[in-house]
Design a protein around this ligand. Structure first.
Ligand SMILES: [Zn+2]
Length: 510
């Protein structure tokens, strides 16, 4: 099977072909940095980080650009409210964004251009559009004339009148047509400004992305990504001005990710009170005032739980968000964490130290337990086939659970924890675990042990736990069962579970 990608432009899945053999350029619209990042901002980065990981796994050399909009109306207003400068606010909020990405294991972004560093390129492009008759200066502003572009509306598959009817359009008496959009905004007093042939001012939002993406990735991007809410007007406008300027396709594939929806419930959502009927959802957004800061979420939930939740839904579908859903995901992840511990007990090796392939190659089914390895190979094949089908991470996470069940069942039937040595079976289990690691790396999951589980104080905690386990064993030996039970119960109250196994007692959090 070969990779197929759903293209918003053609509204169908198409075989994946790149402009240059073996190379992929991805551009994803980044945030306007005026507030701390909310979880909705993380959807696109986590998805495209996974897209990049998969393309690399398939041997592509990928360059991924995410821009930072560091000058904008919202930033100007917010900086005034906080009595700070646009520059300082943007720097602080960019640092917050970068920190959130790191926590969610989004490691693939190669370049993060700031709009304010690319003003010259934007001016050059605007001048080109004026020279070609697509744009016009008016009273210190510059506008793109949508009536000059016969293709305008092709990304949304609608004609311009329909688009205008459905969108909030900035009103200005300087415009020739209501749908025209600003490429350059003449400066108002007290606003950040740059010199231009049309007087001092600043760029409009749409031109930023066109100028920066073409500068860094060339005239035609392989993949242009972003949230579904950006399709109009932002992406439609990016496309119109870019193709009018270069007379070449701006992007081969337009990929749009679904937006986050909050589950309404009578209690609280992400620590905040929420109203509404149980089971209903509503859109999340900074401007809707229901957005949940990433920092707030990560104070209560592990980053891996959040990443997994974002990938467990197909990227084109809306993502349902809520504490209940997070807890459900966390419980399901526990199965993996317990297997990693089990794997260590059986092999003496840390799952996180397994060196699994980072590039695709055929899986050899030859081994001692052929039936088991054939099953592992089947799950792996299913995972990869789902990824080839428009990066179906939702389906792919499902096959990880199936693989997990197969691994556990094998450890059970081979009695690998019974104290008997069965090196051949252990060797096969290791090969199965390597596949789990190989596939989870593609999703950016299970890359390191959860530090939060022991508060990062691993040595002390494990020492204290061993002390309690020894005391409980001592109590049971002297038939002081009441004390033994009390130790187990009190630990249970602290969310620590003791597990009596053939080789001794172990423990886990949760
Ligand atoms: Zn953009």
């Amino acid at each position: 099977m070969a990779l197929r990608v759903y293209n918003t432009l053609t509204q169908q899945k198409e075989p994946f072909q790149t402009m240059q053999p073996g190379k992929v350029g991805i551009y994803v619209c980044g945030p306007t940095v005026y507030k701390p990042s909310h979880v909705g901002h993380m959807v696109g980065p986590v998805i495209f980080d996974t897209v990049k990981r998969y393309l690399q796994y398939q041997g592509y050399q990928v360059t991924w650009v995410v821009n930072i909009t560091d000058v904008d109306d919202k930033l100007i207003v917010r900086a005034r409210e906080l009595n700070t400068t646009v520059k300082d606010l943007a720097e602080k909020m960019t640092a917050d964004y970068v920190d959130c990405l790191k926590k969610l294991n989004v490691t693939g972004i190669d370049l993060m251009p700031r709009a304010t560093e690319h003003i010259a390129g934007m001016i050059e492009m605007m001048q080109g559009l004026i020279d070609k008759g697509y744009a016009y200066p008016a009273g210190g502003d510059v506008y793109f004339d949508v009536t000059k572009d016969p293709d305008y509306g092709k990304l949304c598959n609608r004609d311009p009148e329909q688009l205008e009817a459905g969108a909030r359009i900035e009103v200005s008496d300087r415009k020739r047509n209501p749908g025209d959009f600003a490429l350059w905004k003449g400066a108002k007093p007290g606003e950040p400004k740059w010199d231009s042939p049309w007087g001092p001012g600043r760029p409009g939002w749409h031109i930023e992305c066109s100028a920066m993406s073409m500068k860094l990735l060339g005239k035609t991007l392989d993949i242009h990504g972003g949230g579904l809410d950006l399709q109009f007007p932002h992406h439609e406008n990016e496309l119109a001005q870019s193709e009018s300027y270069t007379d070449q396709p701006f992007a081969t594939y337009w990929m749009h990710n679904g937006l986050m929806r909050i589950r309404k419930q009578a209690g609280k959502v992400g620590g905040r009170p929420a109203a509404g009927a149980e089971g209903e959802t509503e859109k999340m957004g900074g401007s809707l005032n229901n957005a949940i800061n990433v920092a707030e979420v990560l104070a209560q939930h592990e980053a891996e739980t959040v990443r997994f939740l974002l990938l467990a839904t197909h990227y084109r579908s809306p993502i349902e968000w809520g504490d209940e859903r997070l807890q459900e995901v966390r419980r399901s992840l526990d199965g993996f964490y317990r297997f990693f511990e089990r794997y260590q007990r059986i092999t003496g090796q840390n799952f996180y130290d397994l060196a699994a392939p980072t590039k695709h190659a055929a899986f050899k089914e030859d081994g001692n337990n052929k039936e088991f390895l054939a099953q592992v190979s089947k799950h792996r094949g299913a995972f990869l086939e789902l990824m080839e089908d428009d990066f179906n991470t939702g389906g792919a996470t499902g096959t990880l659970y199936e693989l997990l069940t197969t691994l556990n069942r094998f450890a059970d039937t081979q009695q690998l924890e019974g104290g008997k040595t069965n090196e051949q079976a252990v060797c096969d289990l290791r090969r199965g675990a390597e596949v789990l690691r190989e596939l989870s790396q593609i999703l950016g999951l299970f890359h390191q042990p959860l530090a939060a589980r022991t508060g990062g104080n691993d040595q002390l905690v494990s020492g204290l736990m061993q002390l309690l386990i020894d005391l409980r064993a001592e109590a049971r030996k002297t038939k002081n069962f009441a004390l033994g039970d009390q130790i187990r119960k009190r630990l249970g109250e602290l969310n620590v579970t003791l597990e009596d196994r053939p080789g001794g007692t172990g423990w886990r959090i949760g």
